[in-house]
Design a protein around this ligand. Structure first.
Ligand code: URA
Length: 433
């Protein structure tokens, strides 16, 4: 078999065989196939597409390119969740304790943030002492004992994706549905859960800018998940503004805790109820959506979800007192208010730009090796549809560097768009597949 022939075949729009796909993924992971050939292949796939059979073969070859997590030592139904990446996305910190309090097992591997979107692992490290680098044995033990554990992705989880994603990033081949599907689903399948729920973000702050692109991706992800034998659902959600109010690691943890305490309603809670409903019904824990929602709401009302978070923090060496007293979480030195220079209704908040404001303050990573400041970020006061008078508070910058804080005030102000009328809002949940 020759890689040049396989590239030419895809370039001409033909379907690749299972053997050709396995040869290409194995060869590239081992270093036998050079970057320039794999780059050409990624571009051919982007331009010509792949059938479901090819995408499944590619996903399975990638899944088996490294170590797979065998979750069989954990009793019960294991659930996992993936988000295609958004700004202010602290969903896992709320959703995972909620579904765990309902009896599902959460054995989740998460990543760190890169660029303008954050990662769950960084957020969890806001709890003093929290260890995301635990052994597999400890991970299993914690899930069996308390029903929930979240650890960092192991180095050998889908090495093929690490190489291919890095290549796509610099060759203009990220926005290809079969390449995105195989990248995401290979990691989810290798992580071993029975039920996988996907949050596909759609809008200015997301990868998929339009609803039809997001729908196509959601369909692709769920099709491959089901073909691989897992229970799978996807929810398409709005990312035309940040999720919730806080952006920045410790600030997002504080917001997640206030949702778990029942002190905050709105888009973040709605998203967790929707994703949680998919998990409970797919797992057979609830017959109907209504029943699932009731179960989830109860975990907030009776404090059991908050308790799950505290138990997880404690089991992973963190200071669980911070769950009940958030003043123990990292706090920034400077807090600068951002006042509006206009009056009107908030029409839009450029999510990607808001993420970049947090990055400017040191809350995000420019490169894989950047060190982040867990305390910094921003908290919005106004969201789409809110009325604002000139001079009214739009949000607050949390910073440890005074000069950057002042720059961030102007940057955040520029993220807002106003209109004299309050236009009808597009729904936050745009579809469930
Ligand atoms: N997230 C991934 O993990 N892979 C992609 O290709 C895109 C988003």
């Amino acid at each position: 078999m020759q890689m040049t022939d396989i590239i030419a075949k895809k370039r001409d729009g033909e379907e690749l065989s299972t053997e050709e796909i396995a040869y290409m993924i194995k060869g590239y992971t081992k270093g036998d196939i050079p970057d320039y050939q794999m780059s050409a292949m990624c571009m051919a796939i982007l331009l010509r597409g792949m059938s479901d059979r090819e995408t499944l073969d590619m996903t399975m070859s990638m899944t088996t390119s490294g170590e797979n997590l065998d979750l069989s030592p954990i009793e019960g139904i294991k659930v996992d969740k993936h988000s295609t990446g958004g700004v202010g996305d602290k969903t896992s910190l709320v959703l995972c304790p909620m579904v765990s309090a309902c009896g599902l097992k959460v054995a989740k591997m998460s990543g760190r943030g890169l660029g303008h979107t954050g990662g769950t692992i960084d957020k969890l490290e806001s709890f003093p002492g929290f260890n995301t680098n635990i052994s597999e044995e400890k991970f299993f033990e914690n899930v069996n004992k308390i029903g929930i554990s979240i650890m960092g992705q192991t180095a050998d989880l889908v090495p093929a994706d690490k190489k291919i994603y890095a290549l796509r990033d610099v060759t203009g081949t990220v926005p290809s549905i079969p390449l995105i599907v195989s990248s995401i689903m290979s990691k989810k399948l290798a992580s071993g859960s029975d039920v996988i729920v996907l949050d596909v973000k759609c809008g200015s702050g997301a990868f998929m800018k339009t609803k039809s692109q997001a729908k196509e991706l959601a369909r692709g992800l769920t099709r491959i998940g089901r073909l691989a034998g897992r229970k799978c659902a996807a929810v398409i959600t709005d990312m035309d503004q940040p999720l919730g109010y806080a952006v920045g690691n410790a600030l997002e943890v504080k917001e997640a805790i206030s949702v778990l305490r029942g002190q905050q309603k709105g888009d973040l809670l709605e998203l967790c109820l929707t994703l949680g409903t998919c998990m409970l019904t797919e797992a057979g824990f609830a017959e109907t959506k209504d029943e699932a929602r009731k179960m989830l709401r109860k975990t907030i009302k009776d404090g059991s979800a908050l308790k799950k978070l505290a138990q997880m923090v404690e089991a992973q060496g963190g200071d669980a007192r911070a769950v009940y007293d958030t003043s123990l979480l990292p706090e920034a030195k400077y807090k600068l208010p951002v006042y509006s220079t206009e009056s009107g209704y908030v029409r839009g908040i450029q999510a990607e730009q808001v993420g970049l404001v947090s990055m400017h303050l040191g809350g995000g990573r420019a490169t894989k090796d950047s060190v982040i400041d867990l305390a910094v970020g921003l908290v919005l006061d106004k969201k789409i549809g809110d009325h604002v008078d000139e001079g009214e508070l739009l949000g607050t910058i949390h910073a440890n560097d005074e000069k950057k804080a002042k720059e961030a005030v102007e940057l955040l102000r520029r993220c807002y768009r106003f209109s004299s009328e309050n236009h009808a809002r597009t729904p936050f949940i745009k579809g469930i597949i």
